[in-house]
Write a protein that binds this ligand. Structure first.
Ligand code: DOR
Ligand code: ZN
Length: 336
């Protein structure tokens, strides 16, 4: 059996810089028509010049003219209206990180004082720039996302014209919140559709499945799966593929992030197939994002065939993917 996907989109992607960018970018550029690129570099992307320079590095590293990096800016509460207006054409969204919550987020927001954030959020509403949020508090690790929901609610309520994307949701509470506000959307990763905390830490510790937000309970995964498999109109695929060198994953102080970009479509096809939902995959992996972000990615048709695909143990002796050394039931047989 062969299926085709048109213009697959990955609406949450970490591409890094330098050699890692060169290693990983071609994989996303091959099978996706566009990706929303995260700005958590060192230093974070906070200027138009930095965004443009990074975009051109990605285009060069990706080496595929049918792949668009949709750029984001790292949220700061001191951006002026004039600055945001001047950078608007170069970005698709602004990404807000709570300070210190994950990789390279030290310069993020502390305290979530709506009054302090209001000028930038008002400007973003006015300029129609969506806000992507890594929604976790600094509470107990399993409760961080659920504890953040009131903050999502407050922002959604106070800024009704602002599109807010709850990034990489992991809980049934976040799925439920989608129903309460017209301006609240979400991305769901591949790994949070497959794993729970048991897969990370229930047996021998699995560093390559360690990420933020941490994978949660079976009932949370079930809620995510239901939303993804029905291609809920407010939900988009965002891999959160986050490559780290093998030696920083297989180490004390393991870095957070699961690398999924090269195997994402194959594993999604397997998942949707196993749940009898292959007919919804196109909507989940492309159509919803096109509509929500109002983007028009370059034409690309990706063909997937139902036949065994052995996932590499490692890419360029550097980065270990999810499902390393295991077989997936679907493979990519064409992309043009
Ligand atoms: O696990 C994660 N890794 N979660 C994030 O939010 C950031 C990412 C990274 O950049 O490594
Ligand atoms: Zn991320």
């Amino acid at each position: 059996m062969v299926i085709s996907l048109n213009e697959p989109l990955d609406m949450h992607l970490h591409l890094r810089e330098g050699r890692m960018l060169d290693i990983v970018a071609p994989y996303s550029a091959l099978t996706f028509s566009g990706a929303l690129v995260m700005p958590n570099l060192v230093p974070p992307l906070t200027t138009k010049e930095a965004v443009l320079k990074y975009k051109s590095q990605i285009v060069e590293a990706g080496g595929n003219d049918k792949f668009v990096p949709y750029m984001t800016l790292f949220f700061r509460s001191d951006y002026t209206y004039e600055f945001l207006a001047s950078v608007k054409e170069q970005i698709v969204a602004i990404k807000l990180y709570p300070a210190g919550i994950t990789t390279n987020s030290e310069e993020g927001v502390s305290g979530f004082d709506i009054g302090e954030l209001a000028p930038v959020l008002d400007a973003m509403s006015d300029l129609r720039i969506p806000l992507c949020i890594h929604g976790e508090t600094d509470g107990f690790v399993m409760d961080r996302e659920a504890e953040f929901i009131p903050i999502y609610r407050k922002i959604a309520e106070n800024f009704p014209n602002l599109k807010i994307i709850m990034e990489h949701i992991t809980t049934k509470e976040a799925v439920a919140a989608l129903e309460d506000f017209d301006n609240l959307y979400a991305t769901i990763t591949l790994h949070h559709l497959y794993i729970t905390l048991d897969d990370v830490a229930g047996g021998l510790l699995q560093p390559h499945l360690f990420c933020k937000p941490i994978a949660k309970r079976p009932e949370d995964r079930a809620a995510l799966l239901e939303a993804a498999l029905q291609a809920h109109p407010k939900v988009m695929f965002g891999s959160d593929s986050a490559p780290h060198p093998k030696e920083t994953k297989e180490a004390p102080g393991c870095a957070a992030g699961v690398f999924t970009a090269p195997i994402a479509l194959q594993a999604l096809a397997q998942l949707f197939d196993n749940h009898g939902a292959l007919d919804r995959l196109q909507t989940f992996v492309s159509d919803n994002a096109r509509r929500i972000y109002g983007i028009n990615p370059p034409k690309k048709e990706v063909l997937l065939e139902k036949s065994l695909y052995l996932v590499p143990e490692i890419y360029e002796a550097t980065v270990v993917p999810m499902f390393a050394g295991q077989s997936l039931e679907w493979r990519v047989v064409g992309a043009q």
